[in-house]
Each structure stands twice: as C-alpha cells, then as structure tokens.
Design a protein around this ligand. Structure first.
Ligand SMILES: CCCCCCCC(=O)CC(=O)SCCNC(=O)CCNC(=O)[C@H](O)C(C)(C)COP(=O)(O)OP(=O)(O)OC[C@H]1O[C@@H](n2cnc3c(N)ncnc32)[C@H](O)[C@@H]1OP(=O)(O)O
Ligand SMILES: NC(=O)C1=CN([C@@H]2O[C@H](COP(=O)(O)OP(=O)(O)OC[C@H]3O[C@@H](n4cnc5c(N)ncnc54)[C@H](O)[C@@H]3O)[C@@H](O)[C@H]2O)C=CC1
Length: 738
C-alpha cells in the first residue's frame, strides 16, 4: 500500500507501505478479472494522480514506512504464474513527468525498483545512514524499470556500470559523491524533503528530468564498453545477467531514451525467462530460510534465545585461526588469540596483523574503526589462564582427535561454566570431542571455510547433547560476523565435505579411465564452478587428504599387507593422490601437484606433461583401457554423485531441507548461484533423469557404492518427482510404487 497525506500546506506525502521492507508489489489478479488487491504500485499511482489533480498541492514527497524507502520489486512476484497488471517503469515515467516537483526522501534502503522510483523523482535527499543500489543482477535480472537508462545519465557510464553489474549497495556519502543524491542529511529526512519540495515550487523541472538528459560522453566509449563487457563476462562464469546489464547500458549510450527503454525491456524479459533468474531468486530466499533452523528433536530458532558474546577466544593461529580472529575483530568482538608456544604465537600475530591491516585499508574509517592495536580488543597469549573470562572459544588446532580432546578437557576445566566451546574441525565427531568436557550441551562445531575472513559459509554442527541455546548463540555469532550460518547434524564431513567426497573421488576415477586433470577441471569450471577439483586440491594441499587417509588406514604403513592397490574394503579405490604425495607433489606449496607451478607457492597452474605420462604408465601398469571421456560424462559422474550423497544426507535428517545443502554449496564451495545449488540443479535436470544416469553408471561401475542411487531419490521419483519444497514432506510417506 501507499499512504497519502499532506506534509505541509502545499506538499503531498506519499508513503510506501509494505512491511517489512516496503517491497513494490504489483497488481495481482487473484481470480482472473474478478477480485484483486490494491498493491503498492497501484497505490503509488493513485497517490500521484491525486496530487496532480488537487490544485492546492504544489509539490510531492515520496518516502517509505518505518524508516525504509523500499527494497524494490517484490521478488516473490517474479515467479508468480498469475502475475499481471502494472509495470513499474510507466510509474517511474509518471513521477518524472509530474509538473509538480517530486522529492524522494531516502531513509534506510532504496534498492532495485525502489531506487528506480527515486531516479524518477526530480530531487533525492538521503539520510546519512541510508544505503542504495541496483542489486537486480544478484537475482539474475537487470534494473527493468528504466534504471539502466536513467542511472548512466545521472552518474555517468563508468559508475553506472559498476553499480549495475555488481549490484553492490553503497552508503549515502558515496551516493552523494557520485551525484546519485542531491543532499545527505542527519536530521529527519522526510521533513527535510518536505522543506526542499516547498522551496522548489514554481521552479523549472526540465533540467531535473533524467530521461531528457544526454548520457555524459567518454572519449573512447565504444572501446570502454567492449573492455567492460569482456571483464564482466569473465567474472560472470556463465551467469547471463551481468552481460545483459552491460548491453542495456550500451543501449543508453547509443539510442534515444525511449528506444533504450524498449531494449531494456527486451533484455529484462530474456533474463526473466532464462531459468537463471529463478535459480538466483531461489538462492536469495534459501539463504533467508536457513536462518530459521530446526533440529529433528524439535528445537528451533523460534524458542531458543542466543546468549551475548562479549569476549571470545581462538586457539590455534594457523590457516584457519588467523581468519577467524580477523572475522571476530571485524565484528567488534574482543578476542584473545592463543598458540602452543611463543614461536607460533609470533608467527600467528604477524599474520593476523597483516590481515587486519589489509581489511582496515578497505574500510572507510580504517584501522581506527577496528582498533586492533588496543589490547582490550585483541590480545595474544600462550597461557590458557587468559580464557577464564571469555564467553566463547573457537578451537582451530591441527585436525587430530587426541589433541582436540586434550584441549577441550582443559577448556572445560579453565573456562567459566557458562562459556560455549566450539570446534572448527572439518570432519571429526563433535560428540566424541564433547564427551571429554563437563558441559557437552555447550559444545558445538563452527566450521569456517578457508580463507575464514572472506568465505561467507559457516556450518554449525550440533551434537547429540548440544542445547538449543548453544545453536542459537552460534547462529547469532555467524550473523554478527556477516556469515551465513547453516545448522547441520553431526556425521563424518558434515554436509559440505561429505558431499564433496564422492565428487572428488569420481574426478580421480576419471583420471584412471582416461581424462587429464585439466579436462575434468575445465568441464566443471565451464559448468560454472569457481574452481575445478584438481586446481582446488593443489590449492588446499594434497598432503591434507593424505594425512587423513593414513589416519583411516587407507594408505601408508598401517595398510594391511597384501591389500590390492585399487581396492579398499571391497570397493574401488584410487591410489593416485597417494602416489603424488609420495613423490612430494603437495600442490601449490611444493610447486607441483596435479599441475605444475612457476615455483613453490606459485599460483598459475600449467598442465604438466609429467602428470600426463605418469597417468599413462599408471594405466598401463594396472591394465586400464584408456578411453575418451566427454564433458557430459565428467559432469554427470562428478555432480550426480555429489547430489546423490545430498539425498542421503536429507534422508538421514542431517540437514532439514534441500535449501541447506544449496546454501552450503553456493557460499562455501563456489557452486554457481545461477544454477541455484546442487539440489535445486537436480530439480531442474529432473529427478528421473538423475536417477536414470546414476543407475546407468552404477551398473557400469558396481564397485563404486557412491554411484548407487539413494533410496530417498528413488522414493521421490516413485512419488512422481514432487517440487523441491515438498521433498521433505515425502520423507516418511509410504509410496505404493516402491
Ligand atoms: C514484470 C515486472 C517488471 C518489474 C520491473 C523490474 C523492477 C526492478 O528493477 C526489479 C527489482 O527491484 S528486483 C528487487 C531488487 N531488490 C533486491 O534485490 C533487494 C533484496 N533485499 C535485500 O537485499 C535485503 O533483504 C535488505 C537489504 C532489503 C534487508 O536486509 P535485512 O537483512 O535487514 O532483512 P532480510 O532478512 O533480508 O529481509 C527481511 C524480509 O524481507 C524479505 N524481502 C527483502 N527484500 C525483498 C524483496 N525485494 N521482495 C520480497 N521480499 C523481500 C526477505 O525475504 C525477508 O523475509 P522473511 O524471511 O519472510 O522475513
Ligand atoms: N585449512 C583448511 O582449509 C580448513 C581447516 N579446517 C580445520 O581447522 C583446523 C585447523 O586447521 P588449519 O588452520 O588448516 O591448521 P594449521 O596447521 O594451519 O594450524 C593449526 C595451528 O594450531 C596450533 N596448535 C597446535 N596445537 C596447539 C595447542 N595445543 N595450543 C594452541 N595452538 C595449537 C598450531 O601451532 C598451528 O598454528 C583443523 O581442525 C582443520 O581440519 C576447517 C576448515 C578448512
């Protein structure tokens, strides 16, 4: 809705009202042409017409309810099959054409269609704490209400390209510098806008109508745009929206306003029906859905209250601990950082300081805001006694159960009784770790992803005895650190690494059968993954998995004599990664792994002829017939085995819905958002197709259990492949087709 009122004698105030974010919903026909609800857009149009018709109104102010201008179009409306009625673009034009000055009073947020409404206004005043942006690209669209045509006219092509292709939100101060707003105020923005509107009465509005302005020229516009297009395409990795955003802006530079708007509509419609927009909008809501966590025992976000964390500690300042400390400092939580001895402590301190310096440089108030030189904010120590007053500890020492147990037993003794004890283990059993403490209800997994100060994902793993308060506290801490917390159950590898295991395993089997590392990586990167499995393995270090396989008795001295080279516990096993490690090829850190690098620590992967001939010798030695493996098989075997594990995870209740798995993969494993996450992708491929392919591959490879279709997948197919949101409701239903 929108509320119409008189703000001063001659100024009408139109207030957008649609809690919680004043999304601009459009006319929704509930039954064709019989009944309909008056929506924000309709109300906005009515308000404008009413102001226009009333001779006593001389100016208009548009603002939003509850200190928020508007978050833009109602995203749920894009997938509504019965969507009809008003478009936002014509309303923005209507605002601009008004003969009475219209001033936007921007408080809180003006995003997407919300900002496009403001661009139709003749003046824009923003509160100093407001944020603005055109984030449509992040949900697979472009600003489809003439924003791609107005913004370049107002702020120039380079700034418009940046804002529209990244979708980033900018603060009011930056908007002022760009010329996006005319004034920034610290006082009541609506009152300031009404005062300005009053002053503008009778002044000419022509120069304020953006559609009438030319796009500011650049000396090398064509070259500039083609360079921008190339950059955007490379960054987008198959996502269509950024590229079409550039095309729409290009139209603004080449065509009159009305033609540019037509082009914008054409491109918008391509995106709207591309499937990518649907996937990205699903991802948007999935991220919000996982905040509302539940566990099989009935605990949930609704009834559990988080406890305040006033001071935290991190134990172990290696790869992960450094990033975790940085994230906590950025979240303004005082931290104590601990190491095993002074030598490691100094190394860790230097690394943390470097990360914080870099982070401070990216911030407006810099180091001052982070205040990390203040020992009350960040303290380094080797003595565990400093842990007495902390509210929460995050342990990030080596992945070794005995060491973790020793640490947790000490923590249980030293920390105050109400303190929460968290482990960053990648795969170890949370219950076993909790068992050595006197407070298993306050023990929880907080699994960060590397680099921990950058990656948004935080898997939050509850054990058998973890209390709802502990889960709620970990989730709250994730939010404060600007991470996406996903609550999952306790099993080897939790959700992310467990699904990754069959995927990486297939990748190595494909090498045995005839692929090269670069073929497998290329196929998966072309699909949209940020990094293929072999480049990833080189980056993370092959020795990490090697150590874990040795601990599990799969390789190394503890392997029983006489074990067949390519079989473990009766199933297929590939010793290829072990063989590379035995040759000291640990990946980037040693300059050689699945690829070769310019030097130890180098970052540029080059296909390695040594690896190619090593693979040939290996296949010969084991009498494996080499065959050509096409891209389709690479994708299907790697991705469908990962998805298959996902169905098992759902069936076991380790995650409470497919969105959880998708959010984990998008935010922690570089899964392309425009494909919506692995489980959403499975729903778009069609569950019967996935099942048929898994059946085919598992018949060819009966010794790979990970290719055997999950019982839950089979059940869903037998039940007619319900929509993704209904999968979980079918978990315990009987199927008469089974
Ligand atoms: C054929 C038709 C042609 C039409 C022409 C096209 C017009 C366009 O150009 C297209 C558009 O405007 S697309 C929309 C662009 N806007 C956005 O992407 C902003 C999305 N929202 C945000 O970033 C944060 O929610 C925000 C920063 C706003 C707030 O963050 P918070 O962390 O404070 O809160 P959240 O938990 O994220 O949100 C609160 C509740 O609001 C829901 N919501 C947010 N934005 C929405 C939106 N734009 N539409 C619908 N629902 C929205 C959000 O899901 C959450 O709901 P609950 O989880 O149920 O509480
Ligand atoms: N490296 C990665 O990508 C990820 C690792 N993890 C997990 O995080 C944990 C840490 O891994 P990384 O940071 O990679 O290991 P790392 O080997 O880089 O660092 C571990 C640090 O712990 C310190 N440490 C060992 N014993 C200690 C003690 N008794 N007291 C205090 N400090 C001690 C070591 O000196 C070392 O600096 C492991 O459980 C690992 O599985 C989780 C996610 C990703």
């Amino acid at each position: 809705m929108a509320q119409y009122a008189r703000g001063a004698a001659a100024v009408a105030v139109i207030r957008l009202r649609n809690p919680p974010v004043n999304a601009l919903s459009w006319l929704l026909v509930t039954e064709p042409l019989i009944s309909f609800s008056l929506t924000v857009l309709q109300a906005l149009e009515d308000g404008l017409k009413r102001a226009d018709a009333d001779p006593s109104v001389k100016a208009v102010t548009i603002c939003g309810e509850n200190g928020k201008f508007s978050a833009g179009a109602d995203i749920r409306g894009f997938s509504s099959p019965r969507k009809q009625g008003l478009g936002l673009g014509p309303i923005v034009s209507l605002i601009e054409r008004s003969e009475k000055p219209v001033v936007a009073a921007i408080e809180g947020i003006a995003l997407g269609g919300g900002l496009e409404v403001a661009l139709g206004c003749h003046y824009r005043i923003a509160h100093v704490q407001a944020r603005m942006g055109l984030p449509e690209v992040t949900i697979g669209l472009l600003p489809g209400a003439q924003g791609t045509q107005r913004l370049p006219r107002l702020v120039g092509v380079p700034a418009a390209l940046d804002l529209i292709t990244t979708g980033r939100h900018i603060p009011a101060t930056e908007a002022l510098k760009l010329g996006l707003v005319d004034e920034v105020v610290e006082e009541n923005t609506v009152e300031a806008a009404i005062r300005l509107a009053n002053k503008l009465i009778g002044q000419p509005l022509g120069p304020r109508r953006l559609s009438l302005k030319p796009v500011p020229k650049l000396p090398n516009m064509e070259a500039f745009l083609s360079e921008a297009l190339a950059k955007v395409k490379k960054r987008a990795q198959g996502c269509l929206a950024p590229e079409l955003c550039v095309q729409a802006i290009k139209a603004a530079t080449e065509q009159p306003f009305a033609d540019g708007v037509r082009k914008e509509q054409e491109l918008f419609n391509i995106l709207l029906t591309s499937g990518q927009a649907k996937a990205m909008q699903y991802a948007f809501f999935a991220e919000r859905a996982v905040e509302k966590w539940t566990t099989p025992s009935g605990a949930s976000w609704k009834s559990a209250s988080p406890q305040p964390i006033r001071k935290a500690a991190v134990i172990g300042l290696g790869t992960m601990g450094r990033g975790i400390v940085t994230s906590l400092v950025k979240a303004k939580i005082p931290v104590v950082a601990l190491e095993q001895n002074l030598e490691y402590l100094n190394m860790g301190r230097n690394a943390v300081m470097l990360l914080l310096e870099r982070e401070a440089m990216k911030m407006e108030q810099g180091a001052q805001a982070l205040d990390f030189h203040n020992p009350a904010r960040l303290q380094f120590a080797v003595d565990f006694d400093v842990l007495r007053d902390v509210d929460l500890v995050i342990e990030a020492v080596f992945e070794n159960m005995a060491l973790k147990k020793e640490i947790f037993s000490n923590l249980s003794r030293i920390c105050k009784p109400e303190a929460f004890l968290c482990t960053n283990t990648s795969a170890l059993n949370i219950d076993e770790i909790a068992s050595v403490t006197g407070r298993p209800q306050q023990v929880i997994g907080m699994h960060f992803f590397s680099p921990a100060h950058v990656m948004r994902l935080l898997e939050i793993i509850y054990g058998r005895q973890t209390s709802p308060t502990t889960i709620a506290t970990a989730m709250q801490l994730a939010k404060v650190m600007k991470k996406v917390g996903v609550v999952v159950g306790n099993c080897f590898g939790f959700v992310g690494n467990r699904m990754m295991f069959p995927y990486s395993q297939q990748a190595v089997f494909l090498l045995e059968e005839g692929s090269r590392p670069e073929d497998v990586d290329q196929a998966l990167e072309d699909f949209g993954l940020k990094i293929g499995p072999f480049r990833m393995s080189d980056l993370a270090g092959l020795d990490v998995g090697w150590r874990s396989r040795k601990d599990q008795g799969l390789t190394g001295p503890s392997l029983a004599p006489g074990t067949p080279a390519r079989q473990r516990r009766g199933y297929r096993y590939s010793p290829l990664p072990d063989l590379l490690c035995e040759k000291g090829r640990f990946g980037q850190k040693t300059g050689k792994g699945w690829y070769e690098y310019e030097k130890a620590g180098g970052r540029t992967a080059k296909p390695d002829p040594w690896v190619h001939s090593f693979l040939c010798e290996y296949r010969n030695a084991h009498q494996i017939k080499t065959r050509f493996i096409d891209q389709e098989e690479i994708l299907e075997r790697c991705l469908y085995s990962l998805i298959n594990e996902g169905f098992d995870i759902l069936a076991e209740g380790i995650a409470s819905g497919p969105e959880h798995l998708d959010v984990v993969y998008i935010n922690g494993y570089g899964w392309p958002k425009h494909r919506g996450g692995p489980m959403f992708y499975a729903s778009t491929v069609g569950l019967p197709n996935i099942l048929a392919k898994l059946q085919k591959y598992s018949e060819i490879h009966p010794d790979i259990p990970q290719l055997r279709p999950s019982a839950f997948l089979k059940k869903l197919v037998a039940m007619g492949s319900p929509l993704l949101n209904d999968w979980m409701s079918h978990l315990h239903k009987q199927s008469n087709k089974l």
